[in-house]
Design a protein around this ligand. Structure first.
Ligand SMILES: Cc1cc2nc3c(=O)[nH]c(=O)nc-3n(C[C@H](O)[C@H](O)[C@H](O)COP(=O)(O)O)c2cc1C
Length: 365
């Protein structure tokens, strides 16, 4: 067992999930500014296996393991994330207006399920501040910006479209890719843009696919849509030539958990992430891959803790991966561990490159 699990995690897990989250963010942001920490971490954690490198959307990914949205909502810790070996980072969700998010407690660990329930409620410093912060820095890895609608139920209709557009226009001048989060389960008004008709209006308003100078645009899908709903959403997205999908966001469902029903009830609303949604996420990736006939790039997220989980996602059709909950339970060494595990798998299987794990998909190296 590593240092994180024996020494750090027991201390962190004695505090509330909210406190641990805030403290980790503060420490990460502080360490991100310390050059020697960044250089030192880079030496320990970096893995540079050419078999893991990919060129996707014209961007160079040194490895397929990315940081999922929600951890570094405000873009304060990208340098440290780069140094602990991530192949890319997705910051956000950012929204047009800054927001404190929902009242605490708003995140809860379920250790028996290696999962988390959160209802952060899109707390962030606002698109303008975050993007200004990112502009001042230079990164070696692709940095995506995830945008969502401001958490304010009074912003609806045309206002909601304008709200997204404000963040989109700011992000497009800087982001290596933009993810449109239409699937946050933690806002009072619910998931409006998961209605295919509403999504159509949004993508039309943002003029997705019409300006070749825009960065690649991805749509972040909910874990909870039915297969029919998913097909409707994909039809809309494909008609605007989006560049890919992030599958999946957290789930509002509470199926098959080991945690007691009493505890789950006492926690209340929120999005479930981690091991409990692993299969759901893999199924969704497979469905997206099959429905889009393997034409679109997919970032797979949901319950990735090991190289086996990673390989399962690749086999289902993912090109890249993102982790959040795994990082909380396993610590920063997880990124290097998963990458090393994928490299070993390739060697054992006699494969030269990760694209060979996927079903016949070719990738530029
Ligand atoms: C505390 C927390 C906050 C999150 N915030 C966001 C967010 O702001 N935007 C977003 O698109 N996804 C957010 N997510 C979802 C993750 O990006 C990811 O899709 C999901 O957690 C599944 O991955 P995991 O099982 O590795 O955690 C959040 C997840 C957690 C646990």
């Amino acid at each position: 067992m590593g240092l994180y699990k024996t020494l750090v995690r027991p201390v962190i897990f004695r505090t509330t999930s909210d406190y641990a989250h805030e403290t980790t963010l503060k420490v990460s942001a502080y360490l991100s500014q310390k050059k020697w920490v960044v250089n030192f971490s880079d030496k320990i954690f970096r893995s540079s296996d050419p078999a893991l490198k990919q060129k996707i959307w014209g961007l160079s990914f040194r490895n397929p393991v990315g940081l999922a949205a929600g951890f570094d909502k405000n873009g304060t810790s990208v340098k440290l994330m780069e140094a602990i070996g991530f192949g890319f980072v997705e910051i956000g969700s950012v929204t047009a207006k800054a927001s404190p998010g929902n009242p605490k407690p708003r995140s809860f660990r379920l250790p028996q399920d290696l999962s988390i329930i959160n209802r952060m409620g899109l707390n962030n410093d606002g698109a303008k501040t975050v993007i200004k912060r990112l502009k001042k820095q230079k990164f070696k890895i692709p940095v995506g910006i995830n945008i969502a609608k401001t958490h304010d139920p009074s912003i609806g209709g045309k206002g909601a479209l304008r709200d997204y557009k404000y963040s989109f226009d700011l992000a497009k001048n800087l982001a290596d890719y933009i993810t449109i989060n239409i699937s946050c389960p933690n806002t009072e008004e619910g998931k409006t843009f998961e209605d295919a008709g509403e999504l159509d209006k949004l993508l039309e308003y943002l003029k997705i696919g019409s300006d070749s100078s825009d960065p690649p645009v991805l749509i972040k899908l909910s874990a909870d849509v039915s297969v029919n709903q998913l097909h409707e959403l994909l039809d809309v997205c494909e008609s605007y030539a989006v560049s890919g999908y992030v599958a999946v966001n957290t789930s509002a469902e509470r199926v098959g958990l080991n945690t007691s029903g009493k505890k789950i009830e006492s926690i209340g609303k929120g999005g479930l992430s981690g091991r409990a949604i692993r299969e759901k996420s893999t199924d969704m990736i497979r469905e997206v891959f099959e429905y889009t006939k393997g034409d679109k790039r997919i970032i797979g997220a949901g319950g990735i803790f090991t190289e086996e989980d990673a390989i399962e996602k690749f086999k289902a059709g993912a090109d890249l991966l993102q982790i959040y909950t795994g990082l909380v339970y396993e610590g920063p060494g997880l990124v290097k561990k998963i990458n090393a595990g994928i490299s070993n798998y390739l060697e054992e299987e006699g494969l030269d490159h990760i694209y060979q794990i996927r079903k016949g998909r070719k990738t530029e190296k």
